[in-house]
Design a protein around this ligand. Structure first.
Ligand code: 13P
Ligand code: SF4
Length: 303
């Protein structure tokens, strides 16, 4: 049954000359049928440069909208219309506008996990894998960083010569991790390396051997000679980690870390998305143009 559905998706994809992109936090079966799986930065780049004119974006709304902002001529489909990002929702357009007005000399930097409207207010966007380089390339000393206080705090530690003003948002999935759960695994397995996403709190980051984006974590574990890893990010990443490293061991602290929004898309949704060309991302052209600058700057400054 599942195999039939997978085959139907692949047939329909071919017929419509579409490409399926998936983030590492997606369900394993979605990652399996995707043409390309990657982190936020890679997917944003791929969506812009690929030849296909129809993209099924298996991720959350800000990812699909970012693809539409950079490629308005393409049809961008988000298979579940309400797959959002609670962190992005923590930065409201009017509040951000009022906040940044207090810092006229600062560069306004938005994590790509933000709404299209908020992107119109920003100088540049970043992802977790591109942020450090982009920030170092910015001439301004003062940086307003939003919406993630954890990624912002991590960057402030890495780049002490800049002055960070942080918005108070966070990822509800990463924020929940209890450092004691990591310490408990380390007590039993002191050799295990802790690999954490920068969306984790400082207490968790301070326990990490490596901090990086989803692709950074996968590369680190794959290239490492170590065998045991404590993975502190959304559990979808375990699919790629285990595929690439069948003889290594991956542990998670406490309860599994799950982003409910990332898990909303099922195979049936992908099938219906291709069949009925839904849900198409549409943006007001004026807003799209204003938001585009920050994403174009992201790609320029990360080179
Ligand atoms: P990256 O894949 O860029 O590390 O992003 C993680 C994330 O939170 C996406 O929502
Ligand atoms: Fe948003 Fe966190 Fe889910 Fe990523 S994992 S989509 S930041 S809530």
């Amino acid at each position: 049954m599942i195999e039939d559905l997978k085959q139907k998706i692949l047939d329909l994809k071919k017929e419509k000359n579409a490409v399926i992109l998936a983030h590492y936090y997606q369900r394993p079966e979605i990652q399996e049928i995707a043409d390309v799986v990657g982190d936020s930065y890679f997917l944003s780049q791929y969506a812009q440069s690929c030849e296909e004119k129809v993209i099924v974006f298996c991720g959350v709304l800000f990812m699909a909208e970012s693809a539409k902002i950079l490629s308005p001529e393409k049809t961008i489909l988000l298979p579940v219309y309400d797959a959002g990002c609670p962190m992005a929702d923590m930065a409201d357009y009017d509040d951000v506008k009022e906040f940044i007005a207090q810092y006229p000399d600062a560069a306004v930097v938005a994590y790509i996990n933000s709404s299209t409207e908020v992107k119109t207010l920003c100088d540049v966007c970043v992802t977790s894998s591109s942020a450090e380089k982009i920030l170092r390339n910015l001439p301004q000393k003062d940086i307003v960083f939003l919406p993630d206080r954890n990624l912002g705090g991590y960057l402030a530690e890495k780049i002490p010569e800049k002055n960070f003003i942080l918005w108070d948002g966070y990822c509800i999935t990463h924020e929940k991790v209890n450092p004691d759960d990591i310490i408990a695994i380390k007590e039993k397995m002191p050799q295990a390396k802790v690999l954490a996403h920068p969306e984790c709190t400082k207490k968790v980051r301070d326990l990490a051997d490596y901090i990086g984006s989803t692709s950074g974590i996968i590369n680190y574990a794959t290239e490492s000679e170590d065998k045991d890893f404590i993975i502190v990010t959304e559990e979808g990443i375990l699919y790629e980690l285990k595929m690439k490293n069948p003889h290594k061991n991956f542990y998670v602290p406490g309860k599994t870390m799950t982003c409910v929004n990332m898990k909303k898309i099922t195979l049936k949704d992908v099938y219906e998305s291709l069949l009925n060309t839904k849900y198409q991302v549409t943006l007001d052209e004026d807003i799209r143009l204003k938001a585009c600058r920050s994403l174009e700057n992201m790609h320029k400054l990360s080179r």
